[in-house]
Design a binder for this molecule. Sequence first.
Ligand SMILES: Nc1ncnc2c1ncn2[C@@H]1O[C@H](COP(=O)(O)OP(=O)(O)O)[C@@H](O)[C@H]1O
Ligand SMILES: [Mg+2]
Length: 244
Amino acid sequence: MNLDRIIAVRNDKTVYHDGNLSIKAFRNSVPMSYILKEAFFLSVAAEVGLDVPALHSVVEQDGRWTLVSDYAKGRALDQLYAQVPTRRSGLLDAFVDLQVRIHTKTYCGLPSTKGLIRATVDGSTLPSSVKLALLRNLEPMPEGDQLCHGDFTLSNVVEADDGRLFTLDWSKACLGVGDDDAAMTYLLLTRTVGEDFAREYLEDYCRKSPTTIYAVNKWVPFLAAMRYAVGNRMDREFYGRYFL
Ligand SMILES: Nc1ncnc2c1ncn2[C@@H]1O[C@H](COP(=O)(O)OP(=O)(O)O)[C@@H](O)[C@H]1O
Ligand SMILES: [Mg+2]
């Protein structure tokens, strides 16, 4: 494998492109279980019939664990959004259709969103009064068995040259209710694109799903708290205003 062409550099990994392959090389500090989980979730998404880059292997290379998959050739929706303004409303429409389709899928054996929120908040350094309030308010929220991507945002969807949309980055997949996934997407879009676009997204999602803006909004503080708990200073500044 050739690691000359870098696509993305993050704190915990570097993503390379080699011919038809994408090679995600993790830093040694990333637990093996996290890498295998990402590989597992990616294979689940393929098995339930979604368009995702095919997983090839998880192998050690030059002392780093790497996740090797197909390279999704095309342009990510965040690039298209920035570069082709005339396509913005069509992109939003296709993006929401894809998320609604993901939510029609299920798979026994994935973690539950609610359980993950509970564990992350509980194990966080948030003040105990905030933790208690969040955990108490979380209790009546519904469990669900819908496949949720957990990080569904424009940069994680690639439009291939043939027009198909490929969903990347399944590391945060869960089983929940579509509403919790939509709340996460609302937060991510608010942060990366802006409040107006995020509102448009939410309205479109609620037109296409049997839910309401009120129901999705009820999840926002919990998802924000989860990101806050594992985030850096800038994450905390953004997500903190939704629940503190
Ligand atoms: N299989 C792939 N095909 C094409 N591009 C990829 C692939 N995997 C990752 N990338 C690129 O690398 C970027 C970062 O990878 P990603 O898995 O989304 O990690 P993160 O969002 O945590 O940084 C993606 O936004 C995308 O541009
Ligand atoms: Mg990503």
